[in-house]
Design a protein around this ligand. Structure first.
Ligand SMILES: [Cu+2]
Length: 193
């Protein structure tokens, strides 16, 4: 009887440790609009030396989003740096704290940490958890994330949100909003306003 309780407990803990969202694993996004491109520009300031851009594009397949990070000026010390899609845009005062937490439509939370081998169990916004952290001073990195969306009705849509770069100690180093760069005509509906 007691051993049965332990078996159940172990199963429950196993599920928790696996770290999938309350709403389940992230679903691959298959209907991203081909050609749609958003760019987050880092312009550099006294508070944040980071310059460059992050380009996010849906390719012909419509599956996932291709990200390209081209950044300069990350401090030599302080990395490796993590980067995430955050749940709110950068406010007008530029304070990265205003971007709130990670984009997490499946309600997973940050613990346990993302397992790169099982990206579907990670927060959608935890890009560095899924694709690897970066080091300064310059970054050139590209990857495809299957769970991010540039299809506006998807809960994983980040076109009106932000990307935040963090020091290794999780302090926010820099942040920028995504802006639409390329919006090809979509069927009869026309471009999103
Ligand atoms: Cu973050």
């Amino acid at each position: 009887m007691l051993s049965h309780v332990f078996t159940v407990l172990a199963a429950v803990l196993g599920v928790i440790a696996q770290g999938t969202g309350e709403l389940g694993d992230a679903m691959e996004v298959m209907n991203n609009p081909p050609g749609v491109t958003y760019v987050a520009m880092f312009e550099g300031s006294e508070m944040s030396p980071v310059m460059g851009e992050v380009v996010a594009m849906a390719d012909e397949s419509g599956t996932g989003i291709n990200f390209e990070l081209m950044l300069m000026g990350l401090p030599e010390n302080g990395g490796p740096y993590s980067y995430h899609l955050h749940a709110a845009p950068v406010p007008e005062d530029g304070n990265c704290t205003g971007t709130m937490a990670h984009l997490d439509p499946y309600m997973r939370g940050q613990n346990p940490p993302c397992d790169m081998e099982m990206p579907q169990t990670c927060e959608v916004g935890d890009l560095s958890g899924k694709h690897g952290k970066v080091d300064g001073p310059d970054v050139s990195k590209s990857f495809t994330d299957k769970y991010a969306a540039l299809e506006p009705s998807n809960d994983a849509f980040f076109g009106d949100l932000s990307i935040v770069i963090h020091y290794a100690n999780s302090t926010r180093l820099a942040c920028a909003n995504f802006m639409v760069e390329e919006m090809p005509m979509q069927g009869s509906g026309g471009p999103r306003k």
